[in-house]
Ligand binder design. Structure first.
Ligand code: FAD
Length: 117
């Protein structure tokens, strides 16, 4: 695969979007206001309506219907996002990610320091 293809392909778009989504979820407030919760839910709904990969967006809308965003706390939202990504991983035949590691992967960095160089 091209490393810096232009325009972006489905996989590069996916990686960029997961970067944003997981990072959003692990920096989501620990104690969200009603407005925070409403914005997080709207963001995911609108993503399902605008994501520029038609069959991905269609499946996302279905996934959001079956499992609406859990936005009561950072922990809830980060875990929910991880489970959403795992649904896509399952569909595309990729390895399942262990969601207990989501804070290390996306917020704190791996304990072995491998993110530091
Ligand atoms: P990615 O799946 O992009 O993951 C990037 C990194 O995230 C991984 O290296 C890993 O460190 C980490 N990670 C992996 N799983 C998790 C998890 N569960 N929780 C937290 N972190 C994790 N592609 C399709 O072919 N068909 C689709 O229907 C489809 N739907 C998509 C729907 C959405 C909403 C998005 C954002 C993307 C979708 N994609 C789809 C793209 C697909 O998910 C991948 O992004 C793309 O295939 C590139 O995969 P990758 O192996 O580089 O890693």
């Amino acid at each position: 695969a091209k490393l810096h293809g232009c325009p972006v392909d489905k996989d590069e778009l996916g990686r960029s979007t997961w970067n944003l989504l997981h990072t959003m979820s692990v920096y989501y407030p620990e104690k969200p206001t009603e407005e925070d919760k409403s914005r997080a839910k709207s963001f995911m709904t609108i993503l399902g309506q605008t994501y520029p990969c038609d069959f991905c967006a269609k499946d996302l809308r279905k996934d959001l219907k079956e499992s609406p965003p859990k936005v009561e706390s950072r922990q809830d939202f980060a875990l929910w996002m991880c489970q959403l990504h795992n649904k896509v991983n399952e569909k595309t035949g990729k390895a399942k990610f262990d969601c207990k590691d989501v804070m290390e992967r996306w917020r704190d960095g791996w304990k072995d320091g491998s993110c530091d160089y």
